[in-house]
Write a protein that binds this ligand. Structure first.
Ligand code: ZN
Ligand code: ZN
Length: 364
């Protein structure tokens, strides 16, 4: 192990980061060393991974339905303890200035509110097909327009959004599948085969119908159905916030405020945007509606979860959404060898109803 001291603090380097330093120098001493290194001289690869709280879905005044400028919205998130945030305005790439310690990245909500889609929406509902493109190229800042659609089919329209995300150099995330029932499990499975890796399990906006109803499965049931069908999808939780310091005024005039810090991800990565992006694509994160975990390990066919608080219940979930084991917290482990199914994931429930979801591990 090598230690690097920076900014008056000593950081311990382990694993590949330690190897990066020690193994690249044949004369590296066997004993631990402590090096004084100026902050700007330390490559990011040498900084250890931590758990970083992030927001992947938020709107600013570059969306027609929010009045808060990006700088103020991001200040709100920084004040609420977030480590990073991606701005996702409707068909507009907002590339915010970094302010303070919080990392920020450009994004966009690729918003297809179309007249017609196939299969058609249920009576009274609309074709509202939304995909976030996260970490898009800063050079694409500004208004985005879709090319003409070749088909009204839902899978084709979503595929058009995935292509747009790729063209913007972003990471695609299918938003609120139960909002006007935009996407079902079959569609999630199809899109996963086309490269989709992220979807919103818990969009904490008021009208996203995460729980489903008598006729519609919950978003979590959609996930299990897609995973059982072979999809390789990771689940995120988001705010989809539109109101910040103006929320009390919105509520006071009798309207619904879409506020923040209710759904988020916690990513295991070094504190830089490329590492966070890579960790999301690798499933090195958990989704949360407020419940915090100390750690998640998804290695060697075993899933180990440790909650940050006692009094939680840890449920291990497998094929078809079956709960395979329920354990009292704060810590529990289960292995793939203990289940015949193709995948294993965990859900942690707090007594107050808040939850956290790990990403699955798969039998290769
Ligand atoms: Zn949306
Ligand atoms: Zn949105």
């Amino acid at each position: 192990m090598v230690q690097v001291r920076r900014s008056g603090r000593t950081r311990a380097l382990v694993g590949s980061a330690a190897c990066w330093l020690a193994c690249s120098r044949p004369e590296a001493p066997a004993q631990p060393v402590v090096a004084e290194v100026a902050e700007e001289d330390v490559p990011e690869v040498m900084v250890e991974k931590t758990w970083l709280k992030g927001q992947l879905h938020l709107h600013t005044s570059n969306s027609g339905d929010s009045e808060t400028p990006a700088a103020a919205a991001l200040r709100w998130y920084e004040t609420h303890g977030f480590d990073f945030a991606v701005v996702t305005d409707h068909n507009f790439v907002t590339a915010p200035e970094r302010a303070g310690r919080m990392l920020v990245a450009p994004g966009i909500e690729l918003t297809q509110n179309v007249e017609q889609c196939e299969p058609p929406p249920e009576p009274g509902l609309s074709c509202l097909l939304h995909v976030n493109a996260l970490f898009v190229a800063e050079s694409r800042a500004g208004r985005f327009s879709f090319p003409p659609a070749s088909s009204p089919r839902r899978d084709e329209l979503f595929a058009r959004a995935l292509r747009a995300s790729e063209e913007l150099e972003g990471v695609a995330m299918l938003n609120h599948p139960n909002f006007h029932y935009a996407a079902d499990a079959g569609l999630l499975t199809t899109l996963s085969a086309s490269g989709l890796r992220l979807f919103e399990l818990a969009n904490e906006a008021i009208d996203s119908n995460n729980a489903g109803d008598a006729k519609h499965p919950s978003t979590e049931a959609l996930w299990d159905a897609a995973l059982t069908n072979g999809a390789r999808l990771f689940a995120v939780a988001t705010d989809d916030a539109h109101h910040y310091d103006d929320a009390p005024a919105v509520t006071a005039r009798g309207e619904t405020a879409y506020t923040g810090d209710r759904g988020f991800v916690v990513v295991h990565a070094t504190r830089d945007v490329p590492a966070i992006r890579a960790a999301l694509l690798a499933g090195e994160f958990y989704a949360s509606t407020g419940l915090l975990l100390n750690s998640v390990s998804r290695e060697d066919g075993a899933l180990t979860v440790e909650a940050a608080q006692a009094g939680v219940t840890i449920e291990f979930v497998g094929a078809g959404g079956e709960v395979l084991r329920t354990a009292p917290g704060p810590r529990a482990t289960m292995t793939l060898a203990e289940t015949p199914g193709p995948y294993l994931r965990a859900r942690v429930r707090g007594a107050d109803g808040r939850k956290a979801w790990t990403q699955p591990i798969w039998r290769e």
